[in-house]
Design a protein around this ligand. Structure first.
Ligand code: NAP
Length: 354
């Protein structure tokens, strides 16, 4: 892995730095070998305040000392950096991210606003590193100096990572996915305690449509100037559960070429990213960890393995309606959000886009 001397690190900004995902960025970037946080930005209610006062810190590690007194800035171009990580709400991100890209910044976004636009890469380094080729097309078509790259919704991220080797080896026809998604996925302050404590809420607005669409773009093939989406069909049911962090998904799959259970496990365990994507600072040793114990993975026991960047699979077994079923667990604010965006930015550095 390349080392960058401290004085030469790439200066980065965080938009939405005070929110649930923004805080993860601050935490994960505190000692990053390639990036140095030089700007924190949020809404008008936070701008002008010291970060330590503007932000209700939710994480178990302390606020990095260097960030505590940093003054939060408005989320508008003029920030002293080349790359911005966006953790803005989607309805705000649409315009703000465009303004930054127009002004010459590289934008690595968590928000849904631009994910499905044809010339915007929806990116996971282990899944579709070649889709960064859309960057030049985007810059050319829009006349921008900068560009926008997005990472998927948290529940799509972990699913797409697991589907990559299965699609490649056996072909995919249909999926049924039922999610149990953590409260932190709703941001801060998120849901009132009285709504979620001891409860399951069988609706996450807009989530099922994302889960039924984003993996097809991620697993699509780059053909000329566009991505030809994968054709498998997904039926998703998304639920909010009283778990602090970690999204669990129960997945049933119908394949084109019928594998044995052993072949499915072997495909998941042996899946590796391309060498370029496997050796980035945030790359997990293996993208997927298959658990053999009958009652794993569990958020409380497994979520923080490899800093939250590995995707867990367990209970791989025959399915009575489709072919095979299994359980997937991923860290929604790390792998599914801030960690995923940082991993994307590392890939952009390694490919010469930054
Ligand atoms: N939570 C997850 O697990 C997760 C996973 C994947 C993707 N995402 C996506 O990541 C984004 C951030 O989610 P989150 O959970 O961190 O949300 P959040 O906790 O509500 O944080 C939102 C952040 O955006 C800032 N903000 C709000 N309105 C703004 C405006 N008009 N101008 C500038 N800044 C503004 C807020 O600043 P103030 O504090 O000043 O209001 C705060 O820093 C969303 O697009 C979400 O869909 C979240």
């Amino acid at each position: 892995m390349a080392k960058i001397p401290a004085g030469n690190k790439i200066p980065v900004g965080i938009l939405g730095a005070t929110g649930a995902v923004g805080q993860r960025f601050v935490q994960l970037l505190a000692d990053h070998p390639w990036f140095e946080v030089s700007a924190l930005a949020a809404s008008d209610q936070s701008a002008g305040k010291a970060y330590g006062l503007a932000c209700h810190w939710l994480l178990t590690t302390p606020i990095p000392e260097k960030m505590r007194e940093r003054i939060v800035q408005p989320a508008e171009p003029g920030l002293d950096c080349r790359l911005v990580f966006s953790a803005l709400p989607s309805n705000v991100a649409g315009e703000v991210e465009k303004e930054f890209a127009q002004a010459g910044y590289a934008v690595c976004s968590n928000a849904a606003a631009h994910r499905m636009e044809a010339d915007v890469p929806l990116l996971i380094p282990e899944v579709n590193p070649d889709h960064t080729a859309l960057i030049e097309i985007q810059k050319h078509q829009r006349g921008w100096q900068g560009f926008i790259v997005t990472n998927p919704n948290c529940s799509s991220t972990q699913l797409a990572i697991v589907l990559r080797p299965l699609l490649d080896r056996f072909g995919l026809r249909k999926l049924a996915v039922v999610t149990m998604q953590a409260i932190s996925g709703a941001g801060y302050p998120g849901l009132p305690a009285l709504d979620i404590l001891g409860n399951v809420i069988p609706l996450i607005e807009g989530e099922e449509a994302k889960l039924e669409r984003e993996p097809n773009k991620l697993l699509g093939r780059l053909e000329g100037e566009r991505v030809s989406e994968a054709t498998f069909i997904t039926s998703a049911q998304c639920n909010r559960v009283a778990v602090r962090e970690g999204h669990t998904e129960c997945v049933s799959v119908e394949f084109e070429r019928k594998p044995s259970i052993e072949q499915v496990i072997e495909a998941l365990e042996n899946f590796r990213a391309t060498p370029a994507a496997a050796n980035l600072p945030s790359s997990p040793a293996r993208p997927i960890l298959v658990h053999k114990e009958a009652d794993r993975p569990q958020p409380v026991l497994d979520l923080t393995t490899e800093g939250g960047m590995v995707t867990h699979v367990g209970r791989v077994r025959p399915d009575r309606l489709l072919d095979v079923r299994f359980v997937v667990l991923g860290h929604n604010t790390v792998r599914g959000a801030a960690g995923g965006a940082i991993h994307n930015a590392e890939l952009l550095v390694s490919q010469g886009y930054l």
